[in-house]
Design a protein around this ligand. Sequence first.
Ligand SMILES: Cc1ncc(COP(=O)(O)O)c(C=O)c1O
Length: 393
Amino acid sequence: MRYASISDRLDGLGSHKWAVHVAGRQRAHAGEELIFLSIGEPDLPPPAAVLEQAAASLFAGRTRYADGQGEPVARRAIAGHLSRRSGLDVDQHQIVYTAGTQQGLFVVMATLVEAGDEVVVPDPYYATYESVVASTGASFVPVPTLPEDDFHLRPEALEAAITPRTRVLLLNTPSNPTGAVLSPDEIDAIGEVCERHDLWIVCDEVYADLTFEAHFCSPFDRPQLRHRAISVASISKSHALPGFRAGWAACPPEVTPRVTAVAEAMNFGSQPFIADAVAVALNQEHAEVVTMKRTFHERASAMVRALAGSEAVKVHMPEGGMFVMADIRPTGLSGEEFAWKLLDERHVVVMPGESFGSRGAGHIRLALTVDTDAMDEACHRIRSLAEELHAAR
Ligand SMILES: Cc1ncc(COP(=O)(O)O)c(C=O)c1O
């Protein structure tokens, strides 16, 4: 039997990146006690008002087919949210509702690129980006970012990676895994390079509401970049509702019908009762959202404090998001080797930096998704393993 080439291109780009996490899950299921710092699933409760709306709409019969571009009630709320954020007008017709950021990235990429095109992506990058780009047939071109720049993309590095085939810059701010938050000046300088080379900027903003001291900035919010910028996000992280699969792509007006056509080919519409809940999520302030942002900030500071001063493991304070990257190169192990050893010997589950690109090598990524006691204990175990390995070298 024959298969389409997409399945060859995606072979090996999927779940093996989560192998340590999957093994941890199996061991936990078999009764082992483990501390999970592996995936970015908020542990704090979602806003009660959003859940109440979903339940009320469910019982009110909002269970029929939805508009293919997304229910107007949700698109209006998303457009309102983005307008308030930027101070610029965003119209509901610019919004395509998607099943989370992940589907948003997929439909946008499928709309913009194909075989023969190149997509440039700052490295380290989120673990699914390679497969999203590969699914279109386009080539994935990593652009190195460096720990000494706090993993911020330099315009010169971007420029050096661009060829006549480059069509899209795929950005992610705040970044998973690095926690880098690009400033308005950086966005403008990067945007200027994209302008010169006529590139689309697709920006994954799923952590936009989780910045600490840094101020969030999107290319979609910059007047001079709006015609080439697409903002993709969801309420998965901001409202602790990843299971709702509720996200969006906000596009320049002429792009929206094309993205909508791809989204309709894929799943023609979403769940109206969830769309109503998204409207409540974005139209109102929620104490739970404020608490979550404060809690992730506090946990990031606590984790950095717990690992500070070690010769064997080096961390720096993330500017946003839900993760801390720890450099374990002084131990002499790769991120992957360290993560397996940590699981086997200290019962802590983390993601190897290699799952996020070659620039993540020699690092582990720690999620801030457990309470402070568990986090302190995990940091103690990480530190003691790293220091033992370092001393033995
Ligand atoms: C950077 C990044 N983009 C996208 C996603 C997927 O988000 P969603 O649940 O909105 O599909 C995640 C989830 O961890 C993420 O970290």
